[in-house]
Structure formats: structure tokens, C-alpha cells
Design a protein around this ligand. Sequence first.
Ligand code: SF4
Ligand code: SF4
Length: 299
Amino acid sequence: MKRFKKAYIEITNSCNLNCSFCPKTTREKKFLEVDEYKKIINEIQPYVNFLYLHLMGEPLLHQNLDEILKVSYDNSMKINITTNGTLIKNKLDDIINNKCVRKVSFSLHSFEANDNTNFDNYIDDIINASKILSSNDITVVLKLWNLDSTNNDVLDKEGLNNLNDNIISKLISSLSKKYNEENILKVYDELLKRNTCEINKHIYLQTGEKFEWPVNTKDKTFDKIFCYGLLDQFGVLSNGDVVPCCLDNNGEIKLGNIFNESFKDILEKEETKIFIKNMKDNIPPCALCKKCSYARKKV
Ligand code: SF4
Ligand code: SF4
């Protein structure tokens, strides 16, 4: 059993979209060199079970994704990819041929959060990719994290989620054997109960609340939180800075730099230990954590 369940390795902090809900980053734009990725993997491999290839940024934008996945495979690292899906068509072979990817999640809520006009092309690429990935035993998660529970409707029609019904209908008719237009209400029922619905083997539709990044939270701060940051997860930014989670978009909670120090040394630092102790005691270890809506919800 390794110490951490997952890590977020930001192979790039660049993105080809401009989602309205995205806080972006003030950090310099950077793509990890393959050698830098190798160095990170060598450091963290003994500590972590599987990796995501994002923190900020769109991982499929990386022109050396193929090599990055090869390095992952050679080091027995299991990979989850979360993507806005716009570039999936050209990266499918890389994902399938390197046998290390276990899950691909498509953030479909990104479509409506951009001034994008080619809906049919976008959704058709996602549908085609979902078929190919799932037939290669890779789990596909089709995410619509754009709900607003302040509205009573199950898939509320306010804000940037006007296309949800349209998207769900298209996904069901193209990807599902179990569901169709006749029984589509059962899908909505599942989403209401569990926020997830298996629409075909290895293919899941998932809904979730609109996300509020801690950097954007303007309301009051909280004295008690619950979070797995540095308990079962951590992140490495594209400049090598180690952070406790995937929500530190600007690298405010820098614990060390993996290009200059060993990961082991970073974990053994006094400030890292204090951070972990506070997390275990539900005390926000820093200003960003104090206003983190993700951590606040679970107390
Ligand atoms: S949320 Fe993701 S897809 Fe959207 S702009 Fe930010 S990094 Fe890009
Ligand atoms: S409380 Fe929020 S900002 Fe702090 S480590 Fe957890 S997820 Fe990250």
C-alpha cells in the first residue's frame, strides 16, 4: 500500500480553451520536458498509486503526450486523463497504444463555458472516442459539472448549462444500449440519486455542482475543513513546485520544488508535517484552505 492514492502532475499549464468558470493561473506558461516528467516519476513512483496529468491546463495539448505515457507505462504508473475533449481525435492512438491509461474523463461542461459554435463536431468526436476507449477497456466518464442546487430543477436550466438535455439525449442515443429516448427519465433518476449513471459498459455519465475555486471564493472563511490534501493526494506544477491538491491554481501552497529537492525531503520538512497535522485535525493549514468550498462542504 503506497502512502498516496493519487497525484496531479501538471504536464502543462496551457490550455486551448477559455472557460468562464476557470480561474486560470498567473504562473508562467510551461510544458514539462519529457526528462522533467521522468525525474518527477522517479521521485514519486514509490509513494503514489495513480496519476492525473493535469492541475491547470489541457493535458492533450502536450505534443509529447505519447512519450509521457510511455514513461508512465515503463514505470508501472496508472494514468487518469481529464480533458476538455477538444483534441481527443488526434490523441486517441497515443492513449490506446500506451497501456497505462485506466480512465479518461471528458469535462463536457467546458463546451458551453466557451464561445464555441461547432457543437456537433465536438460531441461527435467525444462519442466516437468514448466508443473506442471503452472497447479498449478504458473507463470513460462524461462529466457535466455545471448544476446549481440553488435551483430546484434536477438539471437546472440557469446559467451555462442550457445544453445539458441536448448533450444527454445525444450521448444516450449514440452510446447506450440500456437507455433510449423512451426510458431516458431513468437516466435522470439515476443522476438525481447518485450523480452518476452507467450508460454502457465502461461509460458513465456524471453530473455535479458548478465548481467554485478557492482563489475565487469571496464569502466568509471557515475555521473547520475536511480535505485529503497531502493525506491521500498532492500535485506537482509544471515548474516542479509541489502543492497539496489540484485546486492550488497559482501555487500558493508551495511545499518545495521537486527539481531542486527530493520528494522524500519535501515530505520530511517541518512545515509539511505541520500542514498534515492541521489537515488531520480539520484545521485549515493556510489562507487558501480557509476559504476552500470543496473542503468546507465535507466537514
Ligand atoms: S477549466 Fe480546464 S478546459 Fe477550461 S480553460 Fe481552464 S484549464 Fe482550460
Ligand atoms: S482545503 Fe482546498 S485548497 Fe486546501 S489543500 Fe484542500 S483542496 Fe487544496
